[in-house]
Design a binder for this molecule. Structure first.
Ligand SMILES: Cc1cc2nc3c(=O)[nH]c(=O)nc-3n(C[C@H](O)[C@H](O)[C@H](O)COP(=O)(O)O)c2cc1C
Ligand SMILES: O=C(O)C(=O)c1ccccc1
Length: 391
C-alpha cells in the first residue's frame, strides 16, 4: 500500500481565509464555487459531443439527488471540534481523506491533458485517484504522474481473459493498490444524446491508451495499432465488454493479482452479500451516475439496506450524486467508508485543466471539513445514522 505524506494544502478555515484574504487584493475565485454554477459553466464551453457524453438519464440522476435531499443532518453543539481528522482507514490501507476520484473514461474529450491533469491535481492534494480502463493516458504514465499518491485501477472485464490478467498485473506493477471491477456496464446503455449525436469516442480512437499499449492486446492484432488503427479499434469493440460475465468468473482475478478487489455498481443487498460470499474485498454502491439504467433507484436510497446486509464485514464505498461536503457526511453516516467524486472534478477539468480539478477538490474538502465540525463531529468514525433524520 502507498503511504502518502502529503496533506492537502488547506482544509476548512485555511481555504476559507485564503479566499477572503485574496479578496482584499481584489481577486475573486476564477471558478464558480457552487457545483450547480460550475456544471452550467463547464457545459456551456464543451462541444455538443462532450456534453452529450457526460450526460446520463435525467430521471435516474434526479433520483440520485432527491435521495440526498430526503436525509437531513441534525447538528449537535458544543463538542470541541477544534481539531478534525479526515483520514480514513480501509482494511490494509489508510486514505488521507474519505474521497477518491471516480474512474471516468476518455478524459481527452474534456481537456487535452485529460487524466494527466487529473493525476497531477490528485498528487498536489494527496487525493487518491481511480483510473478507468478506458483512459486516454495509460496505467504506467498516470502512475508516474501520481508519484506517492494512492491509486486504484478500474477494470472493464474484457472477453479476453489474458487481457484482464495483463491489465491487473500492469496496475500492480505500477503501484496501484486496489482493483475495482465495474459490474453495471457489461454493455453501454441506450444513451439518447450520444445516439442523437451519432458519437462514440472510441470509434475515433479516444480512450484506448491502455489497450493500444498492452502486449496481449497487441499480440492479437495482425498489425500494430499505429499502423492500422481502424483494425485495432474494431478489435477493441469486439472484446472490451463481456455481457456474459457471471459471479463465478470473478475468482479468476485472484489468480492474477494480490491486490484487494472491489466490485462497483452494487445496488441490491443480495449482490452485496454475494460479494462477501465469493471472497471479494469491498463494494462501491453506485448506479454509475445515472448513466446505465433509466428509471433506476437513487443510489443513496440503496445504501442503508446494503450497509445493514454487509455489517462492516467489508468496506462499502459510495458514488452517484456527491456534490457537496454535506453529501459526503450523509453517505458516511449511512455506512459508507469513503465516497467517489464523479462529474464535479470533470467540470473543473473542462474549465481549467489541472488547476480546475485542484480548485474543485480544495473547495469540496474545505466544505466537508467545516460542515463536519459545525455538525458536531471531529472525526469521521463518529458518524452514524444518528447524525441524520429522514424526512
Ligand atoms: C463521462 C463519464 C465516464 C465514466 N466512465 C466510467 C468508467 O470508465 N468506469 C467506471 O467504472 N465508471 C465510469 N463512470 C461512472 C463514475 O465512476 C461514477 O460512478 C459516476 O460518475 C458517479 O456519478 P456522479 O458523477 O453523478 O456523482 C463514468 C461517469 C461519467 C460521467
Ligand atoms: O461512459 C461510461 O459511463 C463508461 O463507464 C464507459 C464505458 C466504456 C468505456 C468508457 C467509459
Amino acid at each position: 500500500m502507498n503511504d502518502h505524506p502529503q496533506q492537502p494544502v488547506s482544509y476548512g478555515l485555511g481555504r476559507q481565509m485564503q479566499v477572503y484574504m485574496q479578496g482584499l487584493q481584489g481577486q475573486r475565485p476564477t471558478l464558480p464555487v457552487s457545483p450547480e454554477q460550475l456544471e452550467q459553466q463547464a457545459k456551456a464551453q464543451m462541444s455538443q459531443e462532450a456534453r452529450g457524453y457526460l450526460a446520463g438519464m435525467d430521471d435516474t440522476m434526479r433520483s440520485n439527488r432527491t435521495a440526498f435531499e430526503h436525509w437531513s443532518i441534525v447538528p449537535r453543539m458544543l463538542r470541541d471540534v477544534s481539531h478534525r481528522q479526515l483520514t480514513t482507514a480501509l482494511p490494509g490501507m489508510q486514505l488521507p481523506v474519505p474521497l477518491l476520484l471516480a474512474p471516468i473514461g476518455v478524459q481527452s474529450i474534456i481537456h487535452p491533458d485529460g487524466e494527466l491533469a487529473v493525476a497531477r491535481a490528485a498528487a498536489a492534494l494527496g487525493v487518491p485517484m481511480i483510473l478507468s480502463t478506458a483512459a486516454s493516458c495509460n496505467i504506467e504514465t498516470v502512475g508516474k504522474a501520481l508519484g506517492e499518491t494512492p491509486r486504484w485501477f478500474q477494470l472493464y472485464w474484457s472477453k479476453d481473459l489474458d487481457l484482464n490478467a495483463s491489465f491487473v498485473q500492469r496496475a500492480e506493477k505500477a503501484g496501484y493498490s486496489a482493483i475495482v471491477v465495474t459490474l453495471d456496464t457489461l454493455m453501454l446503455s441506450w444513451r439518447e444524446q450520444d445516439i442523437q449525436n451519432a458519437y462514440l469516442p472510441f470509434l475515433l480512437g479516444e480512450g484506448l491508451a491502455n489497450y493500444f499499449t498492452d502486449p496481449i492486446f497487441r499480440q492479437s492484432l495482425p498489425q500494430a495499432p499505429e499502423d492500422n488503427p481502424m483494425a485495432a479499434i474494431r478489435h477493441f469493440i469486439d472484446i472490451f465488454l463481456n455481457p456474459a460475465l457471471t459471479w463465478d468468473q470473478l475468482g479468476f482475478l485472484r489468480q492474477h493479482t494480490n491486490l484487494p478487489i472491489f466490485l462497483k455498481g452494487v445496488m441490491h443487498p443480495d449482490d452485496a452479500q454475494r460479494t462477501i460470499d465469493i471472497g471479494m474485498d469491498g463494494i462501491v454502491v453506485s448506479n454509475h451516475g445515472g448513466r446505465q439504467v433509466g428509471g433506476a433507484r437513487g443510489a443513496l436510497d440503496a445504501l442503508p439496506g446494503i450497509s445493514a446486509a454487509v455489517q462492516r464485514q467489508i468496506p462499502v464505498l459510495f458514488d452517484s450524486g456527491i456534490r457537496r461536503g454535506s453529501d459526503i457526511i450523509k453517505a458516511l453516516a449511512l455506512g459508507a467508508s469513503a465516497v467517489l467524486l464523479g462529474r464535479p472534478y470533470i467540470w473543473g477539468l473542462a474549465l481549467d485543466g489541472q488547476q480546475g480539478v485542484q480548485t474543485v477538490l480544495e473547495n469540496l474538502l474545505a466544505d466537508l471539513d467545516l460542515t463536519l465540525a459545525l455538525s458536531g463531529y471531529s472525526s469521521l468514525d463518529q458518524l452514524d445514522a444518528s447524525a441524520l433524520v429522514h424526512e
